[in-house]
Design a protein around this ligand. Structure first.
Ligand code: C2G
Length: 446
């Protein structure tokens, strides 16, 4: 019996896939199809897969060509599979011509003709009809956002809004998009907005965009007040729109895995979380400007407090802060948030350099995420018995904004209004903690 194996994502299964599977089956008597796992696809840069692995497996089975379906989950698995399943022929579409010649050492390799004129990418683009994203603000983060959005298909950045015509024009020229200086003119031209303006304007822009019926992805800090955050989420719900806080770390694959590992109990009960984040800045810069709500807390608490709240929840007992101030701005803040059965602390700096790691301590072991933990691509789970330690490696591609853009788009396309990676009440809690600090509740100047 001749055994054939082929692999693919098989997203939005189409005629090209069906032809490929039929031709592969015709090469032998028994066809094994390896369907990529969701995490394997993210790992190899396929960010836009629409169907989840179970749906894709069902679609492959429904073609009737597969005698067996397996999941492909790691690089190098093909060699293992060929030997494990005693495969005679490895088949794949001609778009991969030459790429799998290294498998010739293990079996025969056949490149089958690819069906022209159809692809999952094409179908995804059609089905998503290219959501037009308008950017509000044209500063540093907005510049980083544009190339990241290009990595997520189904989106197209069409325009930018900045009340300053010179800034608006130069950003628009640099990225080949339209520019507007008036909100009402701008908002008509887009389906969704990304708010990347100075902190104090987030609430107002988010509210106006939601009222205009647009989905909103808002940079951190989402808002500086609890009630503003609550109001915006309830407005989004009323308008049936997506409102997502652009807390980039919350959506990146490695950080998501840390949360699921901790929740599944691998380090026991979490008793202590320590997170630190510092980025030195020099004047003149918004971060050092008190009139623009500058400071280490507004700048860096959104990510560090996000990690604490994700791990320990929002039912804290008390909190206090210690800050070093310069010209009305905290250049360093240490915060302690105590819970009934756990404690947490964070150190944030824009004028003081700290070690930027994250340590989550539990009753069985701890997780160590080295600096810069907020760009997580590696972490280690450690135990008293060091032979049980385990290291986890991930990719954190580009500036890492693609993960939040992908989540935002997926929520819109799938009509999903909630995201477990950062729940509304967690986002509201972050705003509440920032507000307490700005109201000088339990703040000591050092
Ligand atoms: N295919 C085809 N014609 C098309 C589109 C795809 O023949 N119009 C083939 C591809 O060449 C591949 C299979 O269908 O053999 C699955 O394609 P994808 O779902 O795009 O998966 P791919 O990224 O090619 O997976 O380990 C995964 C494999 O290395 C490749």
């Amino acid at each position: 019996m001749k055994r054939v194996i082929t692999y693919g994502t098989f997203d939005l299964l189409h005629q090209g896939h069906i032809n490929l599977l039929r031709r592969a089956k015709e090469l032998g008597d028994y066809l094994i199809v390896g369907v990529t796992s969701d995490s394997f696809d993210v790992g190899r840069g396929k960010m836009n897969v629409r169907n989840n692995v179970l749906e894709r497996i069902e679609a492959v089975k429904a073609t009737g060509y597969a005698d067996e379906v397996i999941i492909e989950d790691y690089l190098g698995q093909k060699i293992d599979d060929i030997q494990k399943y005693d495969v005679d022929i490895f088949a794949i579409g001609s778009d991969w011509e030459g790429k799998f010649d290294y498998l010739k050492e293990y079996c025969q390799v056949v490149y089958l003709p690819r069906t022209e004129g159809i692809s999952s990418t094409m179908l995804r683009e059609e089905s998503q009809n290219n959501y037009r994203i308008g950017i509000i603000g044209s500063g540093r983060i907005a510049n980083r956002f544009v190339p990241e959005a290009k990595m997520v298909n189904g989106t197209q950045i069409t325009s930018v809004l900045n009340p300053d015509p010179l800034q608006a024009e130069s950003f628009a020229k640099a990225h080949d998009i339209e520019y507007y200086t008036d909100f009402d003119d701008f908002i008509k031209t887009v389906d969704t907005v990304y708010i990347a303006t100075p902190h104090l304007t987030h609430y107002d822009y988010a509210k106006r965009s939601l009222l205009a019926g647009k989905h909103v992805l808002c940079e951190i800090p989402f808002t500086l007040k609890k009630n503003e955050a609550l109001e915006l989420y309830s407005l989004a719900e009323k308008q049936n729109l997506v409102l997502l806080e652009a807390s980039k770390t919350a959506y990146c694959p490695a950080f998501g895995h840390i949360i699921t590992l901790v929740k599944s109990g691998i380090i026991g009960d979490v008793v202590d979380v320590k997170a630190s984040l510092s980025k030195m800045v020099a004047p003149p810069i918004r971060e050092l400007d008190a009139s623009q709500a500058g400071g280490a807390m507004t700048e860096h608490a959104p990510l560090t407090v996000m990690a604490i709240v994700k791990l320990l929840g929002t039912n804290w007992h008390d909190m206090n802060f210690h800050s070093r101030m310069e010209n009305g701005v905290d250049v360093y803040t240490q915060g302690v948030i105590n819970y009934p059965h756990a404690t947490s602390s964070f150190t944030l700096g824009i004028g003081v350099k700290t070690e930027g790691n994250l340590v989550i301590s539990g009753t069985k072991g701890y997780i160590y995420v080295p600096a810069p933990w907020w760009l997580t691509d590696f972490f280690e789970v450690r135990y008293e018995d060091q032979t049980k330690n385990r290291k986890y490696f991930y990719s954190y591609d580009g500036e890492g904004l693609r993960y939040e853009i992908q989540e935002f788009l997926s929520m819109i396309v799938n009509n999903r209004r909630y995201c477990y990676k950062l729940r509304h009440h967690e986002s509201v809690a972050i705003a509440e903690i920032i507000e307490k600090y700005r109201n000088k509740e339990n703040v000591t100047v050092i």
